[in-house]
Design a protein. Structure first.
Length: 304
């Protein structure tokens, strides 16, 4: 029988109750890192030191640590890696660069240690790390070891390290349901995601939604494309994004009473009013075209 999480937690705690020479050196190096005024944190160096101090030197080099620019739903994650025979042999520990880069340094350290505990349990229990009562891996063993490390080093490791405001700021692809669930809390028919993946059969809640609501999701918001993303669009896709700028002519007139400028449509134009049309760039061929003629240009030169 492999050790349980609790067995592994007790073994780790016993190892740092009385520090060895190597652990004492690691502890001093950690304090040197943390006393620096630099906001930069060398997570690779700290992880190796924490492995020596708190995890019986079992994490390095079996666990790979890195920053992830794409992890936006939680601050950290452990990924198990299989060998060519389909057996687990390594762990990838990833920290969210988007969520943690503007957080206090303590949040980075606590997240690093939180994920290190998970990695330690995977390695020491022959990959049988307990999921716990809530299915998240934060059972009795996790709580025992986290509490001991917090007490020893003055850290603030918690069960959950999701930063809700930061997570929500990256969920810029938004869909709205037109069914009854649009009036029901807590989501009011909204689905927000950091990736452009529409709600569908791949979602575990989709079948229930069809049975209880039956509404249709329509995308209502998405982030602006970068210049590089626009260049990758097809000609038809680029043309479809071109705003129609000649439906309304703009005449800016001084308001004598307020000193402000007002917007007028065709009915405000007089025989003496003149609108100077600046050229715009065709989104397909990049040629300069008079603004009032852009639609005709698209029809003549780039038919659908």
């Amino acid at each position: 029988m492999p050790p349980t999480d609790t067995d592994s937690a007790l073994a780790a705690i016993t190892s740092f109750r009385t520090l060895s020479t190597e652990q004492t050196t690691a502890h001093a190096s950690i304090q040197t890192h943390l006393s620096s005024s630099s906001p930069h944190i060398d997570i690779h160096a700290l992880f190796e030191l924490y492995s020596t101090l708190y995890f019986r030197s079992l994490l390095h080099p079996a666990v790979e640590v890195s920053w992830s620019p794409r992890l936006t739903l939680c601050a950290g994650i452990c990924e198990l890696v299989k060998d060519s025979n389909g057996k687990y042999n390594r762990v990838r520990l990833k920290l969210s660069e988007p969520l943690l880069k503007y957080r206090p340094r303590e949040d980075v350290l606590n997240t690093l240690l939180h994920e290190a505990i998970h990695a330690y349990f995977f390695l020491t229990t022959s990959w049988a790390h307990s999921r716990g009562d809530d299915g998240t891996g934060h059972g009795a063993g996790f709580l025992l070891l986290a509490d001991a490390i917090n007490s020893h080093g003055g850290y603030g490791i918690t069960v959950f390290h999701t930063f809700h405001d930061e997570v929500d700021s990256y969920r810029t692809h938004i869909w709205q349901c037109d069914g009854p669930c649009k009036d029901a809390p807590p989501f009011f028919g909204l689905v927000k995601r950091s990736m452009n993946r529409a709600p569908g059969k791949g979602d575990h809640w989709w079948k229930r939604h069809e049975e209880e609501c039956g509404g249709t999701y329509t995308k209502i918001s998405e982030p602006e494309l970068t210049r590089e993303q626009v260049k990758k669009l097809s000609a038809k896709e680029r043309a479809g994004r071109q705003k129609n700028k000649i439906d309304v002519w703009i005449v800016m007139k001084e308001d004598g009473e307020r000193g402000s400028k007002r917007r007028h449509d065709d009915s405000d134009l007089t025989d003496t009013a003149t609108v100077k049309q600046a050229p715009v760039t065709c989104p397909i061929c990049d040629k300069p075209v008079e603004e009032r003629s852009i639609n005709q240009h698209l029809d003549d030169e780039h038919p659908p």
